[in-house]
Design a binder for this molecule. Structure first.
Ligand SMILES: Nc1ncnc2c1ncn2[C@@H]1O[C@H](COP(=O)(O)OP(=O)(O)OP(=O)(O)O)[C@@H](O)[C@H]1O
Ligand SMILES: [Mg+2]
Length: 490
């Protein structure tokens, strides 16, 4: 009997095989061996744990069953490469786990040869789900940060635009006050001089009465009595000038227009000429004309300071500096304040108001709704390049306040319309629009005020419609619910 080979060689082989199996089985990477026909030869524990398939499952499967449909084409090409004996050092793809999860993996693939023939591929993979998720979170955080920064810059830019406009609006009346005030000082000096010359020349009581009569007649405001027909005004002016010249009054051509505009007639002057001695006439005319300038200047100062006060009031109302955060308000107040604030943008725009003044108040949260009107009107003004027509309509419908703002600008193209409320959507050249105006408006209307905002457009007619809940009498603000379907509509 021939004894079997001594067992030492087999035992060593077995031991070596067991050692490698243990290493493979316990490796933290997913390891798979796939035959040339795609069936599985073996997979390790990490592979089974990650993907969830059992040995019985694998017996009926090929590698193509675990590859995600998106990666199929790419994997087939790579598999062919490995089957040609080319190793792949860096490989990423997506597997599908037994429970349907997509598992992104990365790793390497090598070939196993029998002679010069490739009989199997060996894959070594890591599940990179967590890494991708972390990267995604990082990217999202960076995006949010960028968005927040862009919103902040948009706010600053809006503030900048607003203050530039306001500075311009305030500058006109302020400059008018300064001019009128400077003129007033000089006029008062000249009037004092006229008064002195009148007194020195010994103006009689009748003379004074004649002067006062003229000034009394053109009181209180020259604008109430002055001649509006330019031809008639020109004739009066010429008449006054010739009366003054006849009497040897200096600067007649300069005095005549203001007198004619104030409503003084040649008859009035003739009465003065008749009532005062010739020596007092220059003083009398000087007194009259300077008094008219003083009145004119004080009128300009009054009107301009009223305008400044109105603007300040509008700014206060616009920003609600004087209001509590949550309050009920007439929607027209905000619209009007916004129109005053945007007056510099609307100089050549015909703003038509069709307000339902019986509209009940609505609940405002802070000052933000004015930002909505600002952004819509600002866009309308852009769309008509500064000149055209804007109609603002308000009315109540089904317990809601409706505000429609229509412009006759170029309109929103059909393909842009679904995107206009998206953040950063803009058709304006870089530096002119950030695309956050309507995104901000959408947030304020839907998220802060439980309303809706939508737009319709065709060339020459774009309508933004904002609907807001009307405050219920006696409600404390919690009466309105924010709609759950906050889809951005157009
Ligand atoms: N009344 C309108 N007429 C025509 N197009 C409009 C009108 N309103 C909005 N749009 C379009 O919608 C886009 C988005 O408007 P949005 O106000 O959000 O951003 P923007 O005006 O471009 O920039 P900004 O952030 O400075 O407001 C605009 O770029 C414009 O193409
Ligand atoms: Mg805008």
């Amino acid at each position: 009997m021939i004894e079997a080979n001594p067992p030492t060689v087999d035992l060593r082989l077995v031991e070596s095989e067991q050692r490698y199996q243990a290493v493979i089985e316990n490796a933290s990477d997913m390891i798979q061996s796939v035959r040339a026909d795609g069936t599985f030869e073996f997979v390790n524990r990490a592979w089974r744990t990650t993907l969830g398939y059992t040995d019985q499952d694998l017996a009926r499967m090929t590698v193509w069953d675990i590859i995600h449909a998106d990666s199929m084409g790419h994997c087939q090409i790579e598999f062919m490469r490995v089957m040609r004996g080319e190793p792949i050092d860096s490989f990423t793809t997506k597997f599908v786990a037994k429970d349907g999860r997509t598992v992104p993996i990365e790793g390497s693939v090598t070939s196993r040869f029998l002679g010069d023939k490739v009989v199997a591929t060996h894959g070594f993979f890591r599940d990179i789900t967590e890494r991708l998720r972390a990267r995604e979170l990082e990217e999202r955080a960076a995006l949010l940060e960028r968005e927040e920064r862009a919103r902040y810059l948009e706010k600053m830019a809006a503030l900048g635009k607003l203050s530039a406009g306001l500075a311009h609006e305030l500058n006109n009346p302020a400059a008018a006050v300064q001019r009128a005030n400077a003129g007033l000082r000089e006029s008062l000096q000249r009037r004092d001089a006229a008064m002195r010359s009148l007194a020195n020349a010994g103006c009689s009581f009748t003379g004074w009465q004649a002067i006062e009569a003229i000034l009394g007649r053109v009181q209180p405001a020259r604008s109430d009595v002055h001649e509006t027909d330019p031809i008639a005004l020109g004739e009066t002016e010429a008449g006054i000038e010739s009366v003054l010249e006849d009497q040897g009054i200096e600067r007649a051509w300069e005095l005549a227009p203001a007198m004619a505009e104030a409503g003084i007639t040649t008859g009035d002057l003739a009465a003065v000429v008749a009532s005062v001695p010739a020596a007092t006439l220059p003083g009398a005319i000087g007194w009259i004309s300077e008094t008219l300038v003083v009145r004119e200047s004080t009128e300009i100062i009054a009107q301009s300071s009223r305008r400044i006060a109105d603007l300040v009031q509008a700014i206060k109302g616009y920003s609600h500096m004087d209001r509590a955060t949550e309050h009920d308000a007439d929607i027209h107040e905000g619209l009007e304040n916004t129109l005053i604030i945007l007056a510099h943008r609307l100089r050549n725009v015909d703003v038509q108001r069709q307000y339902d003044r019986t509209l009940p108040p609505i609940r405002l949260y802070g000052n933000t709704l004015n930002q909505v009107w600002t952004n819509i009107i600002d866009n309308a003004s852009d769309a008509m390049d500064g000149s055209g027509r804007i109609a603002i309509r308000t009315w109540a419908e089904d317990g809601r306040a409706i505000v429609e703002i229509e412009d006759n600008g170029r309109g929103i193209p059909a393909d842009a319309l679904p995107c206009i409320f998206e953040p950063f959507f803009t058709t304006k050249p870089q530096g002119q629009g950030t695309g956050l105006g309507l995104d901000t408006a959408w947030r304020i209307v839907t998220e802060e005020h439980a309303g809706t905002i939508a737009a319709t457009s065709e060339p020459g007619r774009t309508v933004f419609r904002v609907e807001l809940p009307i405050t219920q009498p006696g409600s404390e603000g919690a009466a309105t619910e924010i709609p759950t379907a906050n889809e951005r509509t157009h």
